[in-house]
Design a protein around this ligand. Structure first.
Ligand code: CDT
Length: 315
């Protein structure tokens, strides 16, 4: 028997710094309407889907950035129309946004809302890229380490909408640990949103590698963890900074089964048979049978590299 869930990646074009929440939410509702017409059960929106990617701007006083964060419980009044429409359509969704907690903590967050409108899960980005102080050598900043704390919720998964679902956010997708922790909890679908500039200002590498790396990490991870990966971009030129698109749906074989073709608001969909994830987990990636944890200890006890000592005799 198959377990099919129709999933959509709802890529969004740029959000201007002065674009209102109402406008961003209306764009998401438009994508939800397309999802409804195409029989979609679950939609994945991008990272920081309600605002421009504000970590590109430096502000000495972090509180001056408060307008980019959502405070209090979701749905906020501005987001309520999105929640209402999704519930009316019976569509679940992943939503990325900047969270400012009651006690003043700032996180890059995503929530998972099921097809009845209930918030079933929250994830806070663990792998924050970039830097925390102004860097005059960059054409634009990437100040996630200034504006967010590392997530404090780990990598939970949730049994919902007929499958086992997990979430990640942008830079998390480059780290194998992200997927492995969730797949050790049985994750069949891993959803993630991203905002990835087409230039890596911290490393001299050709621009085409940005898309290559974007896809290779999601495809390899889908295969190695036998799960679907849904990657959704915020794309296009946002206040002068080009963000790559390439939103995609990857099945557990590692094959890409849907790919966005534009840099704007665009919905791509695929009928995901979750039993395909089960198959890999019971064979090549049957962890209980094949993992050799006695050799993996340094993965959790060590961060930086410790090389073997130099062979002085050979020098
Ligand atoms: N948003 C985000 O995590 N972006 C990073 C860009 C890193 S370049 C400093 C990414 O991994 O795509």
């Amino acid at each position: 028997m198959s377990r099919i869930i129709n999933i959509g990646a709802a890529q969004m074009g740029p959000i201007a710094p002065d674009e209102s929440r109402v406008s961003a939410v209306n764009r998401m509702i438009e994508l939800l309407k397309q999802a409804k017409d195409r029989g979609v059960n679950l939609v994945v929106f991008p990272e920081l889907a309600l605002t421009t990617f504000f970590p590109r701007y430096y502000e000495e006083d972090i509180s001056k950035m408060d307008m980019h964060y959502e405070r209090g419980e979701m749905p906020t009044p501005e987001c309520k129309p999105l929640f209402d429409k999704a519930k009316e359509f019976g569509i679940g969704f992943y939503l990325g946004y900047a969270e400012l907690t009651e006690d003043g903590h700032r996180f890059n967050t995503a929530i998972l809302v099921d097809d009845t409108g209930k918030i079933v899960g929250k994830y806070r980005k663990v792998h924050l890229p970039g830097h925390s102080e102004y860097d005059g050598k960059r054409p634009w900043q990437h100040l996630e380490k200034r504006y967010f704390e590392p997530g404090d919720l780990g990598f939970p998964v949730w049994r919902t909408m007929g499958g086992i679902m997990g979430m990640a956010i942008c830079n998390d997708r480059r780290w194998p640990e992200t997927y492995r922790v969730m797949s050790l909890k049985g994750a069949e679908v891993i959803m993630l949103g991203y905002n990835t500039p087409d230039v890596n200002t911290s490393a001299p590498e050709p621009n085409h590698l940005r898309m290559f790396h974007n896809h290779i990490v999601m495809q390899a991870s889908a295969y190695q963890n036998s799960c679907f990966v849904i990657g959704t971009a915020k794309a296009g030129i946002e206040d002068g900074c080009m963000l790559i698109g390439g939103s995609c749906i990857v099945q557990p074989s590692g094959e890409m089964v849907a790919l966005a073709s534009s840099l704007g608001d665009e919905l791509i969909t695929y009928a995901c048979d979750l039993d395909l994830a089960k198959m890999g987990k019971e064979t090549v990636f049957n962890y209980a049978k094949h993992r050799r944890i006695e050799h993996y200890g340094i993965i959790t006890s060590q961060t930086g590299v410790i090389e073997p000592p130099l062979d002085e005799a050979a020098e």
